[in-house]
Design a protein around this ligand. Structure first.
Ligand SMILES: [Zn+2]
Length: 94
């Protein structure tokens, strides 16, 4: 059983003092579509869609946007449809 290589003994690699981890209480985001009971997202509704893209017109990640997985999927589809219909740009010039 004594096969450990001394790495986990005495607190890892021994660089400085180990600070105790303090977890911040993160308030859980509520999906805005679930809160308003939205079933489908229209690609023509640009005011809604534009909340889910950044300044480079990329679709925001799920952890950033705060939408649930199902609604995030619908948002992504709506953004891609809006791009196809030339309502939104694919990308901005660098
Ligand atoms: Zn949702």
């Amino acid at each position: 059983m004594a096969k450990s290589k001394g790495r986990n003994e005495k607190g890892g690699k021994g660089r400085g003092k180990k600070e105790p981890k303090v977890r911040k209480q993160v308030k859980k985001k509520v999906c805005s579509f679930c809160a308003t009971n939205v079933q489908d997202i229209d690609y023509k509704d640009l005011t809604t869609i534009k909340r889910f893209i950044n300044e480079k017109n990329k679709i925001l990640a799920l952890r950033t946007s705060g939408a649930c997985a199902g609604h995030q999927r619908l948002v992504a589809i709506a953004v891609k449809r809006a791009r196809e219909m030339a309502l939104l740009p694919y990308c901005t010039s660098r």
